[in-house]
Design a protein around this ligand. Sequence first.
Ligand SMILES: C[S@@+](CC[C@H](N)C(=O)[O-])C[C@H]1O[C@@H](n2cnc3c(N)ncnc32)[C@H](O)[C@@H]1O
Length: 449
Amino acid sequence: MTGLLFRSAGDVVGRLRREQDRTDRELAADAGLSVETLREVESGTPPTADELDSLGQALGVSPEAIQFLAGEFPDDLHRELLENPDTALDTLRDVLEGDGERPGEEGNGLGEEGDGLGRDETIGTEPQRDSHDSKGTGVRHDPVYETELGTLYDVDCRDLLPELEPESFDLVFADPPFNLDKDYGEGSDDDRPEEAYLSWCTEWIDDIVELVKPGGSLFLYNLPKWNTHLAHYTSQYLTLRDWITVDIKFGLPIPNRLYPSHYSLLYFVRGDSPNTFDPDRLPIDTCPHCGGEQNDYGGYKSKMNPKGVNLTDVWDDIPPVRHNKHLNRDANQLSIKLLHRVVGMATEEGDRVLDPFGGAGTTYAAAELMEREWVGTELHDCAPIVERLEGGLDDDRRRLREIEQELNVLFTESALEKRVEYRDEFGFNFDDYDLSASPAPIQQSLDSY
Ligand SMILES: C[S@@+](CC[C@H](N)C(=O)[O-])C[C@H]1O[C@@H](n2cnc3c(N)ncnc32)[C@H](O)[C@@H]1O
C-alpha cells in the first residue's frame, strides 16, 4: 500500500507545476502571488485559503484536490470515510476501475472537466521524458560541463531527474543538504520546518527511485534523524539492504544529549539482490604505535582471508575533509574514500552513476578516476566542480592510490613496519598469517628483516 507520507499542499503544488512545465515565476504570476510566497508554500509553509484558491485556479485543479493529494480530506468526506470506510473504498474503486462514471451520474468520467475533484489529466501522469531536446537524450537542459565520461548540469535536481531515462543508472548516490541551516548559495533554504524538509526529500526520492536499474543501487547519506524517516519512505519502492553507520564527529556536543558522532548511509537495491556487490576487504585493525592487533579475530590467525577482513556496516575509517588543501568547496565535501568505497562496491567499470547533489563533485571525481560514466547536477555554484575536473584530479588520483594500497591486504605497509620494529619487544610473529595477497613492498619490508 502506498502512503502519502510527508506530502504537503506546497509539495503537491510544486509537483503539478513541474508536470505542467512551468517555472515558479510563471505560476506565481498566473496565480497573482509573489514568487517569494509561492516558494514559501512549495517549501512547506501552509498556504492561506485564498492562496490555495488562486493556486488551484492557476493550476486547473480545485483547492480540495490539492489538499486531497496532500493526504487531507474535506471534513464531510472524512466523517463519511470514518463511518463507512468499506463503502467509501468500494465507491472509489468502482469509479477508478470501472467505466469512469460515478454512480448515479452519467458522462462525468475522471479526467474530464468538472469531475468534482477538479482533477485534470495532468495529475498523476508521468512527466514527459522525451520532449524537445536536441540530442535525443530526453534532457532539455544544456550541460554546464562535459567530459568523455560525464555530464554536469547546473539546475535543480527536481527539474533534471524527470527528464533522465528511467532505470538507466547502476548507482545513485545522494548527499543532500541536511537542513542544518548551511548557506549553499543564493536562494538556498537549508532551514525548513521538519515536515517541509522531509516532503522536499520525498520529492526527489520519488524521481530517483525511477532511475535505478533493476539490480542497481541507491545510497542516501544523511543525519540518522532524517534517514529513519527516509528509510521507511524509500522502502516502499526499493529493498533496504543495509543501514551503514559512518562514524564521523560533527557539530558540537549538545547539552543533555549524547555527542552526535555518526551519519547514516542507507543502501538500497532495486529488486532482491544487487547486480554488483564487490566490497573491499580491510586490513586488520592495528595499534598505530606498535602494529599489534587490536582484535584477535577469534584467534584464527592462520585461517584469516589473506585479503583482509570483511567490510562491516560501521565505517570508522572515513576522514572528514577539513584541510584547505583538499577542500574544493566550502560546504560539506565528502571524503573521496567514501565515494571510492561506494562506487567500487556497487558498480563495475563502464557502469552509470548519478549524483543529484554535486557539491564539490566528489562523486564525479571518483567516477572519472574509476572509469564509470556519470551524470550530475548542482543547483548553486558549479565552478568548484568544473575547476576540480578541469584541474586533472591529481590530488584525488594520489589519494585514491594511497587508499587502494591499504585495501585487500591483511596488514598495511606501515603496520607491518611497526610490527617488525616491535617484533622482539612484544613477541610479534608473522608465521601465523597468510601474507600472500600483500603487495610487493610489504613482502619486501618483511624480507629485509
Ligand atoms: C551536502 S552537499 C553535497 C556534497 C558532495 N557530496 C561532495 O562531496 O562534494 C549538497 C549540495 O547540494 C546542492 N543542492 C541543494 N539543493 C539542490 C537541488 N535542489 N538540486 C541540486 N543541487 C542542490 C547544494 O548547493 C550543495 O552543494
